[in-house]
Design a protein around this ligand. Structure first.
Ligand code: KIV
Ligand code: ZN
Length: 514
């Protein structure tokens, strides 16, 4: 059976970033975009250019860096948004403007306060304006899965006639059910007279845990683009997970009439990178990228796999990038070997100075830890970007004392806005004591929403990666920190979160209407 192409549109950097606390810096977005490009993602939605100057810069930086994937910016169906998106994408080899307006009765009446005719006119105007910047324009019917069919047909036909080459019908609120959502696409494609001039697309949210099922059902009914994110990151319960979509289509090639161009071996390293940058840990039993996804616990299963792998395994772990974390480097490795390994992970250095800094971080780690894995190298860079010297709070030193049956004690030296400070505190454990010591100086007035520790690699000398989520006045941030000493990692993560809170441009942007 000859296969049609399924376009993979990744929106980790846009919808993924809308997860509370998952904001990313420009540099972090570029790092993730490079991995997505290496994985051969077709379209990378790099952000929402009008949302903030930081978003604009990030879209521009991704557009100027990425050569092989199309780079896209989101824009509401208004002139200012579209012009800003067009401006940010100027440097791209291949660019797309993704413009949207809500089409469901409930959104038009209560959110937009517009009549359907006005929405239709605004959609046409937006698509035409976007075509002034690029030939590749996508139009989304926001809350499409709850829209009236006749109106969907009219607006879809008009958007295609105005020049949209992709029509996306999102399940914005995660309300769809696979049979119904798939059937809707079939009807729509049949009913719209010019539907052959566009690719139809899904964008599903996971509120009922059906995002991947809904997306795949749409593919069975004529859709040829799926919008998805790494690890299923995204607004509320997240979006359809890229790794699940790609591996479902590949593993069940007997069923699906499509194929993707994704190089699946990069899936796990990219998942790790996104998790360490955003501070959103991957649950162990998560399909494809969870630590247990290929682990067999029951004796019967282990016995079966040893006798014949396919008895219990439908995919090979190495095909999605597991088991590639061989010991690659150690304390005797030289600069050239370290540079080469970074490059193999898609990480290049803009200057000799940047390489030197990464190399000296590598040496520090190699002194503490025997074997350096790919995950360690990635986390070195994540820590480097979260510990910039321009930050308000800089860790100088931490000392902790613990003894069974006694309270732990902590002494912390910090630089706060350039001034050296020291604090002492006791706590129920060493992390509690360290956080109390920091708070006695900083008085952040924030709430700790989450504290989690994960081992980055195997072995007791593994670096612990800590995520700390703080909230203050409705702003939520995630701090991350890694170290072979988990108290130090915890302090780094806490200070990272405090630095994000004290730098408003880096906290999560509020986006009207998305
Ligand atoms: O969920 C949604 O409807 C969106 C659109 C902007 C595509 O994210
Ligand atoms: Zn969305």
């Amino acid at each position: 059976m000859s296969k049609e192409k399924l376009v993979i549109f990744d929106t980790t950097l846009r919808d993924g970033e809308q997860s509370p606390g998952a904001s990313m810096t420009k540099e972090e977005k570029v790092r993730i975009a490079k991995m997505l490009e290496k994985m051969r993602v077709d379209v990378i939605e790099a952000g929402f250019a009008i949302a903030s100057p930081g978003d604009f810069d990030a879209v521009q930086a991704v557009a100027n860096t990425i050569k092989d994937s199309t780079v896209c910016s989101l824009a509401r169906a208004v002139d200012t948004d579209i012009d800003r998106a067009g401006e940010a994408l100027k440097g791209a080899n291949s660019s797309r403007i993704h413009t949207f307006i809500a089409t469901s009765p409930i959104h038009m009446k209560y959110k937009l306060k517009m009549e359907p005719e006005q929405v239709l006119e605004q959609a046409i105007r937006a698509v035409k304006r976007a075509r002034g910047f690029t030939d590749d324009v996508e139009f989304s019917l926001e809350d499409g899965s709850r829209s009236e069919f006749e109106f969907m047909c009219r607006i879809t036909e008009a958007a295609i006639a105005a020049g949209a080459s992709t029509i996306n019908v999102p399940d914005t609120v995660g309300y769809g059910e696979p049979g119904e959502y798939g059937a809707m696409f079939k009807r729509l494609i049949e009913a719209v007279p010019n539907s052959d001039k566009a690719i139809f697309s899904t964008h599903c949210h996971n509120d009922l845990g059906l995002a991947v099922a809904n997306s795949l059902s749409a593919v069975m009914n004529g859709v040829r683009q799926i919008e998805c994110t790494i690890n299923g990151l995204g607004e509320r319960a997240g979006n359809a997970a890229l790794e699940e979509i790609v591996m479902a289509v590949r593993t069940r090639k007997d069923l699906f009439p499509v194929e993707t161009g994704i190089v699946s071996e990069h899936i796990v390293p990219t998942s790790r990178l996104v998790s360490s940058i955003t501070g959103f840990p991957v649950q162990p039993n998560k399909a494809i990228v969870g630590a247990n996804a290929f682990a067999h616990e029951s004796g019967i299963h282990q016995d079966g796999v040893l006798k014949h792998r396919e008895t219990y395994e439908i995919m090979r772990a190495e095909d999605v990038g597991w088991n590639t974390n061989k010991i690659v480097l150690g304390k005797h490795s030289g600069r050239a070997a370290v540079k080469a390994r970074f490059e193999a992970l898609g990480i290049t250095f803009e200057s000799q100075d940047a390489l030197n800094q990464a190399f000296s971080r590598f040496k520090e780690l190699a002194d503490k830890k025997h074997e350096i894995f790919d995950e360690d190298l990635q986390s070195l860079l994540t820590s480097a970007s979260s510990e910039s010297t321009e930050e308000t709070y800089i860790l100088i030193d931490v000392e902790s004392q613990s003894r069974s049956g006694e309270k732990s004690k902590s002494r912390i030296s910090l630089q706060v806005e350039g001034q050296d400070m020291e604090a002492h505190a006791e706590g129920s454990g060493p992390v509690d004591a360290a956080y109390k010591a920091i708070e006695s100086v900083v008085k952040s007035n924030s709430d700790l929403l989450l504290y989690s520790v994960n081992a980055i690699t195997q072995g007791t000398d593994s670096q612990g990666e800590v995520t700390v989520r703080l909230e203050r006045n409705g702003i939520i941030v995630n701090g991350v920190g890694a170290d072979t000493d988990i108290v130090v990692a915890s302090v780094k993560a806490y200070l990272h979160a405090l630095n994000l809170l004290s730098s408003p441009g880096r906290s999560h942007p509020q986006r009207d209407g998305v």
